[in-house]
Design a protein around this ligand. Structure first.
Ligand SMILES: [Mg+2]
Length: 189
């Protein structure tokens, strides 16, 4: 079985960094948006169009993002379950010049052993098959991946449907992956 692993919102602290970039306050414990709602950007109280907002996040922004609090723990558990060779980072990109280049730089700097094990692009469901699992923080990505024949595990975050478990993201992931690792059929090649 192989694992496709999302970056933003799973390993990378994207939303907090967006607020920092615009010098806006942000505290996930006092979450300023509607829980479970995905489409929250541009940040609250900013009078900025969506296109200007996304265009302002440049290569340097994406190259220098910080990790989520549980990102390293999540990654090391996933490595334990699948083995490093069976993990591919799978991250979307915006239309902004510099986004993809910044993400490649982030990987080279933070996860050099994955510098040849990543894919960048929005249609994650094209990677789906019956021996593949996607670990991601976006409901739609998970449902599309499952619809196309893959397995999907949603990492609970404030902005997705499992927000009630956002403080137990690792535990949820742990139990779902343990369940998956007990399904012999998916591990046979
Ligand atoms: Mg994500």
């Amino acid at each position: 079985m192989i694992c496709f692993l999302d970056l933003d919102g799973v390993l990378v602290n994207f939303l907090a960094e967006v607020h920092k970039f615009f010098a806006l306050p942000y505290d996930v414990d006092n979450y300023p948006y509607e829980f479970g709602r995905w489409d929250i950007l541009p940040p609250k109280n900013m009078s900025m169009s969506k296109s200007i907002f996304w265009d302002s996040l440049d290569e340097d922004f994406y190259a220098n993002l910080s990790w989520t609090k549980d990102g390293k723990q999540i990654l090391s558990f996933i490595e334990e379950v699948f083995g490093k060779n069976n993990i591919c980072l799978l991250t979307s990109t915006t239309n902004t010049p510099g986004c993809s280049a910044g993400k490649v730089k982030w990987i080279q700097k933070n996860l050099p052993c994955y510098k040849r094990q990543f894919l960048i692009g929005p249609p994650k469901q094209f990677c789906a098959h019956d021996k593949a699992v996607l670990i991601d923080d976006k409901d739609r990505n998970i449902s599309d991946f499952q619809f196309h024949g893959g397995y999907g595990i949603l990492v609970p975050r404030a902005w997705n449907s499992e927000y009630k478990s956002m403080y137990n993201s690792f535990d949820v992931l742990y139990s779902k992956l343990s369940e998956l690792s007990n399904m012999e059929s998916v591990w046979k090649t």
